[in-house]
Design a protein around this ligand. Sequence first.
Ligand SMILES: Cc1ncc(COP(=O)(O)O)c(C=O)c1O
Length: 395
Amino acid sequence: MTTHTPAGGPLGRLSLSRLISRRAQSIDASGIRRVFDLAAKMKDPINLSIGQPDFPVPTVMKEAAKAAIDADRNGYTVTQGIPELLHAIWQHLKVNVGWHGPTDELGAVVTSGTSGGIVLAAMALLDEGDEMVIPDPYFVMYNQLGKLTGGTMVRCDTYPDFRMTAERIERCITPRTKAVLLCSPSNPCGTVLSGAELKDIVDLCRRKQVLLISDEIYDEFCFSDARENGKCPSPAQFSDECLLIRGFGKTYGCTGWRLGYVAGPKDIVQEIAKFQQYTYVCAPSMAQWGVVPSFGVDLSPMVADYEKRRQMVVDTFADITSVPRPGGAFYAFVEVPKHLGMTGQQFIEKAIDHRVLVIPGNVFSTRDTHFRISFATRPDKLAEGLGILRGMMTA
Ligand SMILES: Cc1ncc(COP(=O)(O)O)c(C=O)c1O
């Protein structure tokens, strides 16, 4: 029996490839998908690929989120974020980077994850052909922001030490550059730039009249040897004309709550809020209430624990290959030893045969010479995985 449309024609299947945008078609997710497909087939894997903390959300935050739900605070919030959270953010920024806001010049908006803040910032800044300088290696989303906005991502090569210095950035700046996107502590390398390096970048951006965007999602995961005056260095300590993007998910182990914030020049923050109004509307309500008490949580035991795990990673590879010592986050970017003659992809496929899951460098870079380890994993599992990876390099 033939089915007919109301107009009487035969009802064929939709030709979906015609409907999918060129923008979507131009995004190649095969690299990371391949890793996850291989991982799905693994039995009892040692998973060193996960980019989220392995500790539970602090009780005070869980209680605050539950209390909000029970008190029927489940509706939309104002686009900008609930006043209680914005107040807590400004209190924190005052102590942390010396920003006294909100003012006529400074504003903040709570976003759906740090990702929400980054995407909306790119939407607010980039027109067709505008350029934004990003690090290479980069957090996976950065390289796609051009596809989303029509802008062009200019990759700043930071090999072999992964420091995105002013000198390296300057080589990438052209008259079309609108912004420089910095990530310190970084994903995938764990690099933490010093205050002096950041000050040079702030000065460069001012001189070149471009906006400095600082993705500081890992700001609390900064190890003792990378801290300055007890704090993770931030360009915001030198200027309130940069766009500060921070998150709660990694910091407090609540990545699924999807919460972050953007603070900086009010005129730009307002444009970001405008895009939020017409897209995500607001960040999740119970999560906003949940993180109000977060700034009072002492994370030092967790950070000290991660610092020990960082040492385990560095000690494992120091005499075999290059692994710049991570100053923060919970990642290390390890070079596949040259004598193996393998790409990052080939090495990780072999690691999967040995039950260890790590991410190949080509997911984060135009090069395929490294792999990323996440040490946000139980120390016994981490030690087992590191032993296997070392064995693969020395066999
Ligand atoms: C550098 C960096 N920025 C942003 C994000 C996105 O974080 P969120 O889960 O808050 O959207 C991540 C997540 O891995 C990241 O590593």
